[in-house]
Design a binder for this molecule. Structure first.
Ligand code: PLP
Length: 389
C-alpha cells in the first residue's frame, strides 16, 4: 500500500460499514476520543458468521479463538449458535464464560503440554488433534475418559497461503493409518481428519486438493475398520486488506463442490475460521503524538505501534489500510510506533496529506492476529476496546 484512503471516499467500500463508519465520522469531527482505542462491532461479527455459514452450508463453524479472544466476539459467536476451536487453558476459560458445553469444542493444538491436556479433559473437552505418535502416547493418561481424536495431515500445494500453517504441524498422508491404529489401541476413538492449508489463503484449490486427499484417506481407513465421523477443513479464509479478493461465497464455491463430490453426507464437516470472522469487526484509532522531517520524509509517531496492535505486520505478514480525514498534497511519509526502538515502524513510503500532532488516523481490519500478539513493550499502555454496537 502506498496511499492512505480519504474517509469521505469510503462510502463505496465495505471497510467501515455499518455503525463503524458513523462512529469514526464522529471521531474525526470531534476529537475527544482517548486514543489508542480499538472499536469493536458485534453486528459485524454476526455478518461475518452468517456469511461463512452461508458460503459453506455443510460446515459447522468453530470460531478460532486464537485470532481474537475478546469476550464480546466469543460471546457473539455463541449467541449465533457457533462453536469454538481452542488451543489453550485460557481460551477454554474464555469460552466457558459463554455458558457453552465443551463436549463438541475442538482442541486443535497438535502438541499439548501435560498441564494443558489435563485442564482441557477436566473441563470436558473431548475432541483433540494429534499429528505424531508421541502425542498419541499422551492419551494413555486418560484411560477413564474416551476421547475423540482427529488426525491432522498436511498436503503439498504449489500455491501458498500468506501464513504457512503446514510447516510446523501435520503428518504425511502415509502416517495417518498407523496413527489411527495407535489411537484405537490406546482405547480412544479415531474420530476424523483435519488440515489447515494456511492462513489468509487466497487459493481455494488448496482446500480442494486437501479434501480430495481426505477422501482417499477416509476410504483407506474405512477398509481397515476405522470409520471417519468428522472432517475439519480448518481456517484460512481470506480477508480483503489491501488486495481485492472475491466475496466469500464465490471463494468457497469450489470448496462446496469438493465437499459434495468427495465427502459422504454422514461425515460431519467443520470449519475453523478465525481471521474471516474477527478481522473486520475491529478498527484501530490512533493519534499522532510526534512529528519530524527526516531526510525528506515526514515521520509521524503514533500512540500505537509494531509492538502492540500492529504486531500483525510482523507475525501475520499483514498490511492494514490507513484512513485519514485530511485532504491536500500528499507527502512521502513514515508511520512509526511509540516505543524507543527503531524497529517500531509500520509504514515507510506512504503518501499521505500532512498531519499535525493530535490528528487521528484510523486502521480498519485490525481485529485478527493484532492485539492478541501484541505486548506492552516500554511499559506503554495497550489500547482499550470500546464496543460500539
Ligand atoms: C488449527 C487452526 N485452526 C484455525 C485457525 C484459524 O485460521 P484463520 O484465522 O486463517 O482462519 C488457525 C490459525 O492459526 C489454526 O492454527
Amino acid at each position: 500500500m502506498t496511499h492512505s484512503i480519504d474517509f469521505s471516499s469510503l462510502g463505496t467500500t465495505t471497510l467501515l460499514r455499518g455503525g463503524k463508519g458513523d462512529y469514526v465520522r464522529d471521531l474525526f469531527l470531534d476529537r475527544k476520543v482517548t486514543t489508542p482505542v480499538l472499536l469493536i462491532s458485534r453486528s459485524e461479527v454476526r455478518q461475518n458468521y452468517d456469511a461463512i455459514r452461508a458460503a459453506i452450508p455443510r460446515a459447522a463453524v468453530h470460531y478460532a479463538v486464537k485470532s481474537n479472544n475478546h469476550q464480546a466476539i466469543v460471546s457473539e459467536i455463541r449467541t449465533q449458535g457457533g462453536n469454538f476451536d481452542i488451543c489453550s487453558a485460557a481460551e477454554i476459560d474464555t469460552i466457558l464464560r459463554t455458558g457453552i458445553s465443551t463436549s463438541e469444542v475442538i482442541h486443535s493444538h497438535p502438541i499439548k503440554s501435560q498441564h494443558e491436556f489435563d485442564y482441557a479433559v477436566e473441563k470436558g473437552v473431548r475432541i483433540f488433534v494429534v499429528d505424531n505418535p508421541e502425542e498419541v502416547k499422551k492419551l494413555a493418561r486418560y484411560s477413564d475418559t474416551r476421547l475423540k481424536i482427529l488426525i491432522r495431515f498436511r498436503i503439498n500445494t504449489n500455491t501458498r497461503a500468506v501464513v504457512n500453517l503446514q510447516y510446523k504441524f501435520g503428518c504425511t498422508t502415509d502416517e495417518v493409518l498407523p496413527l489411527a491404529r495407535q489411537i484405537k489401541e490406546a482405547g480412544h476413538d479415531y474420530y476424523g481428519l483435519c488440515f489447515h492449508i494456511g492462513s489468509q489463503c487466497i487459493y481455494p484449490e488448496n482446500y480442494v486438493i486437501a479434501i480430495a486427499a481426505a477422501r482417499g484417506l477416509i476410504t483407506t481407513l474405512n477398509n481397515h475398520g476405522l470409520p471417519t465421523s468428522m472432517l475439519d477443513i480448518g481456517g484460512g479464509f481470506p480477508v480483503e486488506y489491501v488486495e481485492p479478493y472475491p466475496p466469500i461465497d464465490e471463494f468457497c464455491a469450489p470448496i462446496r463442490d469438493a465437499l459434495d463430490a468427495h465427502i459422504a453426507p454422514d461425515i460431519k464437516v467443520v470449519c475453523e475460521p478465525g481471521r474471516y470472522i474477527s478481522a473486520s469487526p475491529v478498527t484501530l484509532v490512533c493519534s499522532v503524538v510526534g512529528k519530524a522531517l527526516r531526510d525528506g520524509k515526514m515521520w509521524y509517531y503514533l500512540n500505537d505501534g509494531l509492538y502492540s496492535t500492529f504486531s500483525g505486520i510482523v507475525f501475520d505478514h499483514c498490511q492494514y489500510p490507513v484512513v485519514t480525514n485530511l485532504r491536500g498534497k500528499e507527502k512521502l511519509s513514515v508511520l512509526s510506533g511509540p516505543t524507543c526502538d527503531s524497529f517500531d515502524v509500520m509504514y515507510d513510503g506512504l503518501m499521505i496529506p500532512e498531519h499535525n500532532i493530535g490528528d487521528i488516523m484510523v486502521f480498519p481490519l485490525t481485529g485478527a492476529y493484532c492485539a492478541v500478539s501484541g505486548s506492552d513493550f516500554n511499559s506503554l499502555k495497550r489500547p482499550d476496546y470500546v464496543i460500539i454496537d
